[in-house]
Structures are given as structure tokens and as C-alpha cells.
Ligand binder design. Structure first.
Ligand SMILES: Nc1ncnc2c1ncn2[C@@H]1O[C@H](COP(=O)(O)OP(=O)(O)O)[C@@H](O)[C@H]1O
Ligand SMILES: [Mg+2]
Length: 243
């Protein structure tokens, strides 16, 4: 099965070409990583393939279905979920309400009956438990640590039951214990059949977690392959690791 793919995807901001004719294919059922220096276009790439930004040109498809320029909710419905680099939670809402609103905002169930509501609450609690933050259900999201907020955001993504999950710097600013938990969750969810595409700077995490790595430099892929090949690729070492 084909996963998320782009052909010559391009997006400029004024004079800056953030994503530059990027042709990329991620592998279905795998943990994929998208790495590259700051400003190499990784977040813009995510924004283009999730409908947050309309690309200037090129195509994006998911499982063979064209998703170029589609609205975010349609891309969500096609099976792609995503997290944000700067983490999106509703700070003054409780942890549990954050998950319930995530489902409603996703347009999945606009009008919840009370029976459905109960089912959604049970499902939300299930995800909180898996994330290890179920004891915080009644806390306001703003009172959670940064790492806990990232877990909450991931739980919100999971409420949409995505087949493919795009994570933008899941480890950024997260303490080592929660980092381990996030890595473990990605592994488990992948074993359960979900595909990941992870933008991440923590190389130990990327190398330990990924099956397939795509390296961006100045808005386009310069290398791809398994961690073993990427680690020793001279183009990667030069562009990214600066050696
Ligand atoms: N909304 C925007 N307006 C103007 N320039 C942007 C915008 N978003 C990103 N850029 C620019 O596009 C380039 C790629 O940014 P980004 O996609 O955030 O890279 P990365 O996620 O790899 O760090 C950078 O030069 C950045 O300054
Ligand atoms: Mg970014």
C-alpha cells in the first residue's frame, strides 16, 4: 500500500522557497523520519500535506488518493493526523475536555448524543491512560508540564483514529523520562499498524525509532534510506551534521 507521497511539491513565502520541488515517498506501516537543519522546510512540508497551507505547485497524495490543496478536515478524514511543533492544546480547558473537543472540531461527530458522548468519554480516558496522564483528567491543560502537554496533544490526535500520524518535533523540550514514554508509544502504535512520519532533531531518538529516513536540505530531499545508511551518508553529514 502506498502511503503519503509528494511530487515536486513547492511552497514559497515571498522570496524564500521553503519547500522546493520536493518529491518524497513515505513507507506505509513504518516509522518514517523527516530530518534536516532548521529552516529546511520540514514544518512547511507538513503544513502543505495536511492542508494548513496550499502549496504553490506540485502534488500530494495519500494511499493513491490526491490530497493536494484539500481542507484540513478532509485530510484528517482521509486518515492523516498531526501534532504541532509548538503543541496545540486549549490551555484553560481540562485535559479530558481537550480530547472531547478535538473529536468534535475534527468534524467526526458534530452532534454527539449522550450515549455517544459516554462512549467518547470512555475512549478519551483510554487514550489518557495509554499516555500515562489519566490522573490529570480534571486538570487544566495549562497546568501540565510541557511533556505532558505533548502527550495530551498526541492523545487528541489519536482520538481521530488516524492511520498515519505526523509528529512535528515530539521530543522538543521534553524531559528524558517522558521522551522514553513518547518513543515507547510510537513503537507500540506502529506495531498496531499505524504509520508515522516524525520530524525530530534528537538523533538518538530518530536513529533508534525509524525504519526510513528522509533528509531535507533547503526544501528538498537530499538523501533517504534506513538509519544505517543515513548515518554514514556524506551529503547528510555535510548538510546536516556539519562535519
Ligand atoms: N509563514 C511563513 N512566512 C514566511 N516565511 C516562512 C513561513 N513559514 C516558514 N517560513 C520560512 O520557510 C523556511 C522553512 O521553514 P520551516 O518549514 O519552518 O522549516 P523547519 O521546520 O525545517 O525548521 C524558513 O526560511 C522559514 O523562515
Ligand atoms: Mg519546524
Amino acid at each position: 500500500m502506498r502511503s503519503l507521497e509528494t511530487v515536486e511539491l513547492t511552497k514559497s513565502f515571498g522570496g524564500v522557497t521553503a519547500v522546493d520541488a520536493a518529491t518524497v515517498a513515505f513507507q506505509d506501516g513504518k516509522v518514517n523520519a523527516l530530518i534536516g537543519p532548521n529552516g529546511s522546510g520540514k514544518t512547511t512540508f507538513f503544513n502543505c500535506v495536511t492542508g494548513m497551507i496550499r502549496p504553490d505547485s506540485g502534488r500530494a497524495s495519500y494511499r493513491g488518493q490526491d490530497i493536494t490543496g484539500k481542507a484540513p478536515h478532509r485530510i484528517t478524514r482521509a486518515g492523516i493526523g498531526r501534532s504541532f511543533q509548538l503543541c496545540r492544546v486549549f490551555p484553560r480547558m481540562t485535559v479530558l475536555d481537550n480530547l472531547l473537543v478535538a473529536v468534535r472540531a475534527g468534524g467526526l461527530k458534530a452532534q454527539l448524543t449522550s450515549a455517544r458522548d459516554r462512549a467518547e468519554i470512555a475512549r478519551a480516558r483510554g487514550w489518557l491512560e495509554r499516555m500515562g496522564i489519566d490522573h490529570l483528567e480534571r486538570a487544566e491543560a495549562r497546568n501540565l508540564s510541557w511533556g505532558q502537554q505533548k502527550l495530551l496533544e498526541l492523545a487528541g490526535v489519536m482520538m481521530g483514529d488516524p492511520e498515519t500520524i505526523l509528529l512535528d518535533e515530539p521530543a522538543g523540550g521534553v524531559n528524558p523520562a517522558l521522551l522514553e514514554r513518547i518513543a515507547g508509544l510510537v513503537r507500540q502504535l506502529n506495531q498496531e499498524g499505524r504509520t508515522f512520519v516524525i520530524v525530530e532533531h534528537n538523533m538518538d531518538l530518530v536513529m533508534g525509532l525509524s525504519d526510513h529516513i528522509v533528509v531535507f536540505d533547503r526544501g528538498r530531499p537530499i538523501a533517504e534510506g534506513p538509519p544505517s545508511a543515513i548515518k554514514s551518508d556524506p551529503r547528510v553529514l555535510e548538510a546536516y551534521l556539519g562535519v
